[in-house]
Design a protein around this ligand. Structure first.
Ligand code: 5AD
Ligand code: SF4
Length: 485
């Protein structure tokens, strides 16, 4: 990506109206202020970005941190920093509760230790009017609130806050705008997420995402591929293409390109060895896509295919547009084309009206689809969604008991599947130093399963051959048998 030199930006005139020039102008303005503050305090100013929620939010946080570092903040390890930014999630109520607790805690640090501290909140939760009202009322020490549509404007909003000193709130209801060419931090040197689209048009009846992330918008394929090429030039070998519903990629473009075509374009990028994507919707996973995956040398044989429920009746109430039979037929097509595929899923337990019979359909589906792993959630009503006002609330105790039965079943199956590979030698991308076992590193198999094995930081970012010695359920313990595959 083009590196912009903030020193070369004219800041004595008014701001440009065009993006991204306008944001670079405000970055330069903020940096001027940060330099003056650092001089006054005799130390660097620090920042901390804390992310709640999904991969989309993690990716947004990299962009936000990229801007903060570009303007001169130094990343801190703790939340005792001069600027703390919470990038929030609201997909389930417990995500919100955690955020409120943490804001209270931050307020105490600010009050006791650093009255100059700036507290900023952004992300999905902030797109809900009742949340912003509550923060204005109960947490007046917060300095900056913005949503999901204007993260590219962080420098402009921060500058406004610096000027006014008060609480700045800017939430946009909808965004058609996709601003390219802004700085971004990268958490890993060798793997990166790449947004291919924003928003969602599906309106599953339980889900708040379409309300907080807006309508579906795709990035242009050229912009995406240029980003992948840039990443590859900078040493990245694994990319994860990100979107709420990647199968409908490209529909909003002037010259439509579908997701299978985009994957084929990404496959051409030299230096990239692994391509992952998240999240496809079962209702429109095309045979084209399955074929492209099956024939590809780079697209990982891992498919995260959220099913949500095994009951066709509940699926209809969820507005998912497929039945249990449709889903199982899709799984069969995927398995026939890609025999070594690892399937994972999301399941909601206790959706309004779910009976024991409905739940048993979910148990049956899990037994037949045989997932490598699954994320399971208790249904959480979200204000403003159709399901929140549906009848037949499932009692907490009943839902809890079903939940436990479900995770037991899922665990048994994933253990059986993982055990099948014990003894094999497989390729691992080494990702992290293991924090729990001394002198161990951790990496992932192509199918996304974790492997821990003895090694040191020299292996980070490398593809190595590892023998899978012991299956521990969701992960393996292994030993290194060859380097630099
Ligand atoms: N309650 C419980 N789980 C939910 N999810 C989304 N909305 C809700 C909700 N209201 C789950 C779905 C989705 C995952 C990201 O979160 O399973 O796939
Ligand atoms: Fe991600 Fe949805 Fe949570 Fe937003 S609300 S962070 S889109 S999971």
């Amino acid at each position: 990506m083009r590196e912009i030199d903030l020193d070369k930006i004219e800041i004595n005139m008014g701001p440009p109206t065009e993006e991204p020039a306008r944001q670079y102008y405000f970055m330069a303005k903020c940096r001027e202020w940060i330099r003056a503050e650092s001089k006054r305090l005799g130390r660097a100013l620090t920042c901390a970005t804390v992310t709640f929620g999904c991969q989309m939010n993690a990716k947004d946080s990299e962009k936000l941190s990229g801007i903060l570092q570009k303007i001169g903040y130094v990343a801190a390890d703790t939340e005792k920093a001069d600027l703390v930014l919470y990038n929030t999630c609201t997909v389930r109520e417990n995500a919100n509760t955690r955020v409120y607790g943490r804001i209270g805690y931050l307020g105490r640090i600010k009050y006791r230790e650093n009255p100059q501290m700036k507290i900023a909140l952004c992300g999905c939760m902030m797109q809900e009017a009742h949340v912003v009202d509550k923060i204005k009322q109960s947490y007046p020490f917060v300095n900056l609130i913005f949503g999901t549509h204007n993260i590219y404007k962080l420098a402009e909003l921060l500058y406004e806050q610096i000027q006014s000193g008060g609480m700045v709130v800017e939430i946009e209801k909808e965004s058609g705008k996709i601003v390219e060419e802004l700085p971004s931090e990268r958490k890993f040197d060798f793997k990166a997420g790449v947004n291919i689209m924003y928003g969602c048009n599906n309106f599953c009846s339980y889900c708040i995402v379409p309300y907080v992330r807006g309508r579906e918008r795709s990035r242009k394929p050229d912009d995406i591929i240029r980003e992948v090429e840039d990443l590859a030039d900078n040493g990245v070998t694994e990319v994860m293409l990100l979107g709420q519903n990647v199968n409908s990629y490209g529909k909003t473009l002037e010259n439509p390109v579908n997701f299978a075509e985009l994957l084929q374009m990404a496959e051409q990028v030299e230096g990239i060895r692994r391509i992952r994507f998240m999240t496809p919707h079962p209702k429109d996973l095309s045979d084209d896509l399955i074929r492209v995956m099956a024939n590809s040398k780079k697209i990982c044989h891992h498919l995260h295919l959220p099913v949500q429920s095994g009951s066709s009746r509940i699926l209809k109430l969820m507005n998912r547009h497929y039945t249990k039979e449709d889903y199982l037929a899709l799984v069969a097509r995927v398995r026939a084309a890609i025999p070594d595929v690892a399937l994972t899923t999301d399941i909601i337990v206790g959706f309004p009206g779910e009976t024991e019979e409905d739940f048993m359909e979910t148990m049956d589906l899990v037994s037949r689809a045989r997932y490598h792993s699954a994320y399971t959630f208790l249904y959480s009503p979200r204000e403003g969604t159709p399901a929140a006002v549906m009848e037949g609330r499932v009692e907490e105790q009943v839902a809890g008991e079903r939940y436990n039965r479900l995770i037991g079943r899922i665990r048994d199956i994933s253990q059986e599947l993982a055990a099948e590979s014990t003894g094999k030698i497989m390729e691992v991308l080494v990702e992290e130093i293991n924090t729990k076992r001394e002198n161990f590193v951790s990496g992932r198999l192509e199918n996304n399963l974790l492997v821990h094995f003895p090694g040191d930081k020299k292996l980070l970012g490398q593809y190595v051959k590892v023998k899978l010695l012991e299956c521990m359920g969701f992960y393996y313990l292994g030993e290194l048998v060859g380097k630099n595959v």
